[in-house]
Design a protein around this ligand. Structure first.
Ligand SMILES: [Zn+2]
Length: 124
C-alpha cells in the first residue's frame, strides 16, 4: 500500500496506482481511497474515491464532481414505494437531481422492455 500526498485529485496517476490498496491524502488531511460504488452520473465504475474514515465523502475522477447520496421514491417499478439512492453530484439543485431521476426512469423502463421482449421472444 502506498500513501500519496496530493494537492488535488487531478494528480492521481490512474495507470500506476493500486486501486485496491493505495490511499491519497489531501492538504486538508482528508484521506481518500477508491470506492466500490459507481458514479450514477457517469455510470463508470472504478473512478469514485471515498474518504477512508468518518462521514463518507465521495469524489468522481471521471466527471470531476463531489458526489453525495440522493434519495428518490420509486414510483415506476414494482414494488413501488421503496426508496432508491444514487450517488450523483452534490452541487446539483433539487431540480437538476429530479431531472436526472426522470431520465434515469426512462432509461430503466426501456431496459425493462428489452428484458421483457427477450423473455417473450428470445434473444434472436
Ligand atoms: Zn462521475
Amino acid at each position: 500500500m502506498a500513501l500519496y500526498q496530493i494537492k488535488n485529485f487531478s494528480e492521481i496517476d490512474f495507470v500506476n496506482v493500486d486501486a485496491v490498496q493505495d490511499r491519497f491524502i489531501l492538504p486538508s488531511g482528508e484521506v481518500y481511497r477508491f470506492s466500490d460504488h459507481i458514479c450514477h452520473y457517469c455510470w463508470s465504475g472504478g473512478t469514485v474515491l471515498e474518504t477512508d474514515e468518518g462521514e463518507k465523502k465521495y469524489f468522481c475522477l471521471q466527471c470531476g464532481n463531489k458526489l453525495a447520496w440522493s434519495k428518490f421514491v420509486n414510483d415506476f417499478l414494482e414494488p413501488k414505494g421503496d426508496t432508491l439512492e444514487f450517488l450523483i453530484p452534490e452541487h446539483w439543485t433539487n431540480e437538476e437531481k429530479q431531472q436526472w431521476y426522470e431520465d434515469y426512469k426512462e432509461r430503466r423502463l426501456a431496459e425493462e422492455k428489452v428484458r421483457e421482449d427477450i423473455l417473450r421472444f428470445g434473444r434472436e
